[in-house]
Design a protein around this ligand. Structure first.
Ligand code: BGC
Length: 349
């Protein structure tokens, strides 16, 4: 998938232009006596973060008087298309999609529109289609903060020997994380302060693929590695497994993202240096509120637009923070993402 950089639009964008989905033919909730029906199609529920997203989202929709039908495609594009078809045939009022493949899911958006159903892309962009709304975190900033963490810890008198593990090429976010990382790293590489000894993309964001990449890096560059710039906690876990087997865990700075419980435990025991704390509850609540508003055919105003190759998609962008040993208490614990007891007594690789 080609990278689509965010374009900050100065104008206020309006999602939900009446008529855009054939609304004249399909009033919301027409086939139900009760509340609104929201369809949520997820790439996967195998990672902790997506389970939290689902739970928070379903809860907030229920608080707003709606019901959510959830489907998870286990990383399979064909299955995700048929999941969306099933949700359309259940006559949902709005669809919320976390695409496994942002390009492949354009077809799902077109199908939904033919049925008069608006679509929100949740966290990951869907490209080359008339997507109605995109709700996400500042993904370029995620990459910038990961790389800046390393830039602030360069060794004296020699380059930092770095392994870079990118995410899934089917996920537009993976390119945005890399873009943010490149912004910080490019001048340091040019100045000889950072040397990239190995880099690769972890297909489907799988930890086992990250482990293989790290093994390949060790085979190629030897044990003389200072840092692994892993784009998310899942792949950081795979990299750390490889480092453990070589007796290198804790000696190499490893980055991550998502502040998953296992990652927070690794941060405490020192095998992972940092993660990115993304307030998932905020994202899920915001998306649920916007989904219900779209289902009610209310107009939505956003300040930002992101070009998805076809159109300027009205976008809601949420902020993120670095999480490391210094601030777990004031981020993930304070916000109730994980308890102190879960993070500390169980700390293990
Ligand atoms: C999300 C990350 C997540 C990754 C793997 C990305 O699109 O932004 O939070 O770790 O997918 O699921």
């Amino acid at each position: 998938m080609k990278k689509l950089a965010p374009v900050l639009a100065v104008v206020v964008l309006i999602a939900c232009i009446a008529g855009g989905w054939g609304l004249a033919h399909r009033p919301a909730g027409e086939d139900r006596r009760g509340g609104l029906l929201v369809g949520l199609s997820l790439d996967t529920l195998k990672e902790e973060r997506w389970q939290a997203d689902r739970n928070n989202f379903v809860k907030r929709v229920a608080e707003l008087g709606g019901e959510t039908l959830v489907q998870s495609a286990s990383g399979d594009d064909t299955r995700q298309i048929s999941d969306v078809q099933a949700l359309i045939s259940r006559k949902v009022d709005v669809l919320v999609i976390v695409p496994h493949n942002g390009a492949a899911m354009a077809k799902a958006v077109n199908m939904a529109h033919e049925a008069g159903i608006p679509v929100i892309a949740y966290d990951r962009l869907i490209t080359d289609c008339d997507l109605d709304l995109y709700v996400t975190f500042d993904n370029v900033k995620v990459g910038r903060l990961q790389a800046q963490y390393l830039a602030d810890r360069l060794p004296a008198g020699r380059p930092l020997r770095l392994v870079r593990i990118y995410g899934s090429k089917t996920d537009n976010n993976a390119f945005l994380f890399k873009q943010g990382q490149d912004e910080v790293l490019a001048p340091l590489i040019k100045a000889g302060r950072v040397e990239v000894v190995h880099e690769d993309w972890a297909a489907d964001w799988k930890p086992e693929n990250a482990k293989k990449i790290t093994n390949a890096a060790i085979t190629k560059a030897g044990r003389n590695i200072d840092a692994v710039l892993a784009s998310a906690d899942g792949v950081a876990g795979g990299a750390i497994q490889a480092l453990l087997e070589e007796g290198l865990a804790g000696k190499v700075i490893v980055t991550g993202q998502d502040a998953e419980l296992a990652a927070c435990q690794r941060i405490v025991n020192g095998t992972q240096a940092m993660s990115i704390y993304k307030p998932l509850k905020q994202l899920a609540n915001r998306a649920a509120e916007l989904a219900v508003a779209l289902a009610r055919r209310e107009p939505i105003l956003t300040r930002t637009g992101i070009n998805n190759g076809r159109t300027e998609v009205p976008t809601v962008l949420l902020d993120i923070l670095v999480a490391d040993q210094g601030n777990l208490e004031s981020t993930v614990i304070r916000d109730g993402m994980h308890t102190r007891e879960a993070i500390y007594p169980n700390a293990r690789p």
